[in-house]
Design a protein around this ligand. Structure first.
Ligand SMILES: NC(=O)c1ccc[n+]([C@@H]2O[C@H](COP(=O)([O-])OP(=O)(O)OC[C@H]3O[C@@H](n4cnc5c(N)ncnc54)[C@H](O)[C@@H]3O)[C@@H](O)[C@H]2O)c1
Length: 258
């Protein structure tokens, strides 16, 4: 996609997992990719991988839940790159299980909301000045199918992703005067084992049931999300804003009778 040549894309939580998969895809498409992540070790490793593939990339450490760190991140993006075409709000506490409601620590609930929901708000707020100057600016929020359905004891994660879905359409309307399109991808089960930092990397083993419960017959990969991200952040999606695209191999449209 030659669209991304000369573009600058910031991927939060870009050092591992889906974020790293998206970073590689944007960089392969010609973008300069800025990875940001709270895990500096993972970030340096990820940057090395991108550089060895001759991609244009940099890493800035940042906890997206901390306002002063996000403000400093966007200042550094401005100083080093002077441009921001797409902001991908991917960083998240990805483990959905928080335990029993009565036992739950409020601080744990608050932390999930601070990273998964307040993080994207802060990144949009402090990235706004640069995004406004782009030709076709876009924000992409990575939500989850857990915004729409639940397993037990996942209420902090589900609430954070439900909030992020609502934030998507609300920001789409609020930032329309600035021509900033805001969309979301709601992933289903995406296997990230091979995309973790070296010390935590593993080869996934999926059972037949794991695969066959998906109408498409397999578990998802970061590439599946990256393909949708490339489209939604480009001007080929110029008439799409405030929407979410579910990328889940068909899991959430399957009717189950027992
Ligand atoms: N993998 C899935 O099956 C799946 C499904 C639905 C949604 N998601 C969402 O996709 C996103 C990525 O998930 P993943 O599975 O790749 O997770 P992951 O744990 O593999 O990667 C997440 C990355 O975000 C970073 N991160 C965590 N907290 C951060 C913070 N406060 N500031 C900056 N960086 C931070 C981590 O260090 C890590 O590098 C998350 O928002 C997650 O909720 C994942």
């Amino acid at each position: 996609m030659s669209y991304y040549k000369g573009k600058v894309v910031l991927v939060t939580g870009g050092a591992q997992g889906i974020g790293l998969g998206m970073a590689h895809a944007f960089a392969e498409a010609g973008a300069t990719v800025i990875l940001t992540d709270a895990d500096a070790e993972a970030g340096e490793e990820a940057l090395k991988g991108l550089k060895s593939a001759k991609r244009k990339a940099s890493f800035i450490r940042c906890d997206v839940g901390a306002e002063h760190e996000v403000a400093a991140l966007m200042q550094e993006v401005k100083d080093k790159h002077g441009q921001l075409d797409a902001l991908v709000n991917n960083a998240g506490i990805a483990d959905p299980f928080i335990g029993d409601l009565e036992e739950m620590l409020l601080s744990e609930f608050d932390r999930v909301l601070a990273v998964n929901l307040r993080g994207p708000v802060l990144c949009a707020k402090y990235g706004l000045t640069l995004l406004r100057q782009a030709e076709h600016p876009a924000i992409l929020n990575i939500t989850s199918t857990r915004a729409f359905m639940s397993e037990p004891n996942t209420f902090a994660y589900s609430a954070s992703k439900g909030g992020l879905e609502a934030l998507t359409h609300s920001l789409a309307v609020s930032l329309a005067p600035d021509r900033i399109r805001v969309n979301a991808i709601a992933p289903g089960w995406i296997e990230t084992g091979p995309w973790q930092k070296e010390s935590q990397r593993y080869e996934p083993k999926h059972t037949r049931e794991d695969k066959e419960q998906h109408p498409v017959g397999r578990v998802g990969e970061p590439r599946d999300i990256a393909e949708a991200a490339l489209f939604l952040c480009s001007d080929r999606a110029g008439f799409i804003t405030g929407q979410h695209l579910v990328v889940d191999g068909g899991m959430t449209v399957k009717m189950i009778y027992t």
